[in-house]
Design a protein around this ligand. Structure first.
Ligand SMILES: [Zn+2]
Ligand SMILES: [Zn+2]
Ligand SMILES: [Zn+2]
Length: 103
């Protein structure tokens, strides 16, 4: 049936399923130099952090989600700066709070 073939073609073209949305935020960030490797908010509150993240948009350094403070995510919520990098020496991968890990 001609109708069925046409329908299949439209479906195949219109929905590239199985492909995770790529993070396009990296195009927007200039990879600013980051500040000292410490979470200023944790220092002010007397909290200890597990690991640190640096915001690639403005260079703000804050603690990761695993830390009690979770200040890096708080920074994203307040500023809409979604891309951070790890400050751990053995972990240099980047993370987008919208899209997840960036390869
Ligand atoms: Zn993203
Ligand atoms: Zn913190
Ligand atoms: Zn920022």
């Amino acid at each position: 049936m001609a109708l069925n073939i046409q329908g299949a073609n439209i479906t195949a073209r219109g929905s590239p399923n199985g492909q995770a949305p790529a993070c396009d935020h990296l195009d927007l960030v200039p990879a600013a130099a980051h500040g000292p490797a410490e979470c200023a908010q944790c220092l002010a509150l007397g909290l200890a952090w597990t690991s640190l993240r640096a915001c690639l948009t403005c260079g703000w350094v804050a603690c990761s989600d695993e830390s009690p403070g979770g200040h890096a995510r708080r920074h994203y919520e307040e500023t809409d700066h979604p891309v951070v990098t790890s400050l751990e020496p053995d972990m240099t991968r980047r993370w987008c709070y919208v899209h997840g890990p960036i390869a």
